[in-house]
Ligand binder design. Structure first.
Ligand code: PHE
Length: 376
């Protein structure tokens, strides 16, 4: 055991953290409105912040010093988080006062005929996706938002303590389902597992079930929050399993989908080798999009749009499907992301703010044809 002087370590750590704390707190106080505060939050607490770096480095500290330094670093995080909340409260109140005086309602005004309700852009995207894949013979499957870690990770060839679990920034619940940890599903892949298990069960009785051809739209959850990430978001994953399914089917299917969805018949689509624990080989898919104008299908830039691959033999085996007889492909797309891309929205957050004026601008009349060249 190396000799350390706890008081000296504490003093040293403190002398490093104090200037950071002072800088962060004054930055928070300078944020003039909620939007500035949000930018500030990402800067001071986000993954790229100095504090996140310090917390990450805790594991590399000499063991004797670790508890002392870690405690101070965690305390600093608490201090910053609570200062942020206090500042947010103050700014929210100020913003509300301004809004209340600007948006005073004239209750003596005559009633204006309200249009019928509108379809939210996310619901519309889900309808469009279901229509496109429906035409290719897929059916829609749903599953629970709360899953256990076997359905979310284990069955998908992501063993315990595998770093890929951290990739997903999962929200764990303080509860168990049987012996397993409960969580908010970070992707809808868990429903693919449920579907394959059911399918294998049916096959085991001697029946020859139809090949699997499903899409799984739904809510998903990850601890991530900025202009292009929401902690609650939507995903659609797809799964095809059969005897003769190949990479060519994956490519054809996804190219057709992307061209129909973005309504650009000659949309450039690029497949890039990648890695996911649940697929082998894995492919990341890019579409052509002009970075400057944001126009999809124009220019010479590429934008990553979805992940895909051939289902890993271990995943099939985990679900009771013989990988020597069957194979297939899977993919996952962020619904919110392709919605804001398609409609040229800059920020994902208004999707969930429930501002009726925003919905009037971006919402869809229930009777309007879908924004697809073939309609729904
Ligand atoms: N499940 C992956 C994710 O949420 C997406 C994906 C699905 C990738 C299927 C490949 C195959 O990030």
């Amino acid at each position: 055991m190396s000799e350390i002087d706890p008081a000296a370590v504490e003093a040293d750590e403190f002398s490093k953290l104090a200037p950071l704390q002072a800088a962060v707190l004054s930055k928070l106080n300078e944020a003039a409105d909620l939007a500035a505060l949000e930018t500030c939050r990402v800067e001071v607490l986000g993954k790229a912040s100095e504090l996140a770096g310090l917390l990450k480095d805790v594991g590399r500290l000499p063991p004797a010093e670790r508890p002392i330094r870690a405690a101070l670093r965690n305390a600093l995080k608490e201090t910053i988080s609570s200062a942020l909340e206090t500042r947010r409260g103050g700014l929210e109140e100020a913003a509300l006062t301004v809004r209340l005086s600007a948006e005073r309602m004239d209750i003596s005004a005559p009633v204006r005929p309200e249009p019928a309700g509108l379809i939210h852009p996310i619901s519309r995207t889900m309808e469009e996706i279901a229509a496109i894949f429906g035409a290719m013979g897929f059916s829609v499957k749903e599953g629970p938002d709360v899953e256990d870690d076997w359905f979310a990770f284990g069955a998908l060839n992501i063993p315990g303590h595998h770093p890929a679990r951290a990739m997903m920034d999962t929200f764990y619940l303080n509860a168990k389902i049987g012996e397993r940890r409960a969580l908010l599903r970070p992707h809808t892949s868990s429903v693919q597992i449920r579907t394959m298990l059911e399918w294998a069960k049916a096959e085991a009785t001697g029946a020859t079930p139809e090949p699997i051809r499903i899409i799984v739209p739904g809510r998903t959850f990850r601890s991530d929050h900025d202009a292009t990430h929401s902690p609650m978001f939507h995903q659609v994953e797809g799964l095809v399993i059969g005897r003769d399914i190949t990479l060519a089917h994956l490519k054809g299917c996804l190219i057709d989908f992307l061209r129909a969805f973005f309504n650009v018949p000659d949309l450039p689509v690029r497949f890039r080798a990648s890695y996911f624990p649940f697929t082998e080989p894995s492919l990341e898919v890019d579409i052509g999009r002009d970075r400057k104008s944001g126009e999809i299908g124009a220019g010479s830039d590429w934008l990553e749009i979805l992940g895909s691959g051939m289902v890993h033999p271990n995943v099939l085996a985990n679900c009771g499907i013989d990988p020597r007889e069957y194979q297939g492909f899977a993919f996952g797309v962020g619904i919110d992301r392709i919605t804001i891309l398609k409609h040229g929205m800059a920020d994902m957050r208004p999707l969930f703010e429930n501002d009726v004026r925003w919905l009037r601008h971006y919402g869809f009349s229930p009777l309007a044809p879908a924004n697809l060249h073939e309609g729904i």
